[in-house]
Structure formats: structure tokens, C-alpha cells
Design a protein around this ligand. Sequence first.
Ligand code: AMP
Length: 326
Amino acid sequence: MSGKENTAPVIDDQKAEVISLTEDSRPQRVDQAREESCWSLDDFDVGRPLGKGKFGNVFISREKKTKRIIALKVLFKTQLLQLGVSHQLKREIEIQYHLRHPNILTLYGYFHDDKRVFVILDYASRGELFNVLQSQPGHKVNEVIAGRFVRQLANALHYCHSKGVIHRDIKPENLLLDSKLNLKLADFGWSVVADHSKRHTLCGTMDYLAPEMVSNQPHDFNVDIWAIGILLFEMLVGYAPFANQTGDKLIARIKECKIYIPSVVTDGAASLINAIIKKEPQERLPLVDIMAHPWIKEMKQREDIEVPLFISTLTKSSRNNSTANQ
Ligand code: AMP
């Protein structure tokens, strides 16, 4: 797709040009309101930084016209070109723009000027699950909250997989949370639109890599399911099952697929972890069965009480942090 078109590209053409990082400096608008003129920075009140990523910064912003609060990701073209990641960004925008699901971070569109690319994203006010875990005693959450996140992530991935998209980089840093503690799957930089053959590229974060990926074997949708099992373990135990290992040792442990589940994990949760963490990709519990797992259902029944309690502890701790920082 050329930089001048106003709609985001179709998913199934991975080679499509989403934006031209070199030639065209005209801002673009890509959303439902196509009759309006192109977006530019003037359309937004840009507020405080929300965080710094690998390739740029993210700012809380408000679209002046609608007063809608969004997250504006700002990336420098020179940096994208230097690091050779423009293709990755194109793919990320291309894929995420077309995914519309309550548990996937909405990408509303993008525009660019001669120096920067701006990506307009839904605002997830509670930030990364990674930071939430870090803020909790023992770096873990109670099992009702863990069950909720697993259910919502399985739901998001079920939708992605139905569209042929494999995320391939599931980890707490790529899971954002909104004000109501809804999980939003983000960062599709490593994702891929699968054809029927299997993929070979090694990607993702070591702790969350499936055995077939560390063995350089072809992989498919089942790598995302594996990562759900690792995430559930980490949320309940406080560290990933293969953490504290590096290099060859880590790879060997993942290949062996031997995990020790501490006794703090209840039988219900352990049965779900064991059903997911399987060396053979085809033996991993399918996403629909994860969502229907008895432990997941049991946890869901307790959400009405536990979710508001958890939100209030998060609100208190962020208030304390901001007072301490004053
Ligand atoms: P990234 O460049 O995507 O890694 O984002 C950098 C940081 O900005 C993240 O670690 C988040 O803390 C924050 N962030 C990114 N996107 C959002 C969003 N949509 N809503 C709230 N915070 C975000």
C-alpha cells in the first residue's frame, strides 16, 4: 500500500506497503471517518508520556474534536530505518488495525510527518500486566485475577487465530490493562499471518518460547497456547517456570518440558497448566477448552467480588506511589 492511501491495508498481503518511511511526508487518516481530512498532530492535545518503548515514546493524548482520550505512539523514521524495523512496524499496523475485539488493543490509525510516524491506540489506563505483577507481593496475583486474564487472553487469541494471525510474543509486557481490569493484547510486532504451512522464524522472549521454537522446528498457532500456560504459572507463582536459567541450560529445560508446580498452586489451576504445557504442540489444550476449563469457570464466578477489590488495591498503591514521588 502506498503512503497516500487513506485506508489501512488488508491483512493477507504481508508485503503490502502501509506507510512510506522515506518519501511521503503528508499526514494520513485511517479510520471510519474517511470523509474528514487527514489526521495531523494538530488534531491532538498531547499530554504526559505513558512509557518508553524500544522504538519511541507513548503519550496520553486527547483528540480535540471528540475529546476522546487515546495513547499516541511516536516513532522516529530515522531510528526505524537505522534499526531496520520499518517492515516490522508496517506489519504491526497492518495486522492490528484489522483486529477488533474487546481484549485486543484497538489501533485506530496512523499518520506521519517527515520525521515521525504517529500511531493512534486505545488508552489502557492500568498499563502493562508486567508492572502490575511487579507491584504485587511476591510478584503474583490471586487465582481469580489470574483466571480472568487467562480467559480473556484465550478469547483474544481465539479471535486472532480465527483470522489466521499468530501473535508469537505473548508475555506480561505485551498485555495491557484498562481501568476495569480488562486485558488488552498488544504489540503485534512479531505476529504473522499464517498460511497453512508452518513457520520457521525464531522470535519471542526466551522464557515464553515453546519447545518447537527453541529447537528451531516449524511452529504454528500452538506457540501462543504454550505461552498462556507459562503466563498462568508466572501469575500464580511469581516467576516463569524456566526463569533463572540462561542460554543452553534454558533451552534444554524448555525442550525437556519438565516443570515443577509449587504447592501454592491449587489443584484446579495446576491441572490447567499441565494440560497446556505439553511438548507436543497438538497435545496442548485448545483455546476453547481453556475457556471452558472447570477451574476457569469457577474463578469467573468469584470475579464480581475479587475484581473490584483488586482494582481498589491497585488504585491505592498507585496513589501512594504518586504521593511518594511528590
Ligand atoms: P511500547 O512502545 O508499545 O513498548 O510502549 C511503551 C510503554 O508505553 C509501555 O511499556 C506502556 O507502559 C505504555 N503504553 C504503550 N501503549 C499504551 C496504551 N495503549 N495505553 C497505555 N499505556 C501504553
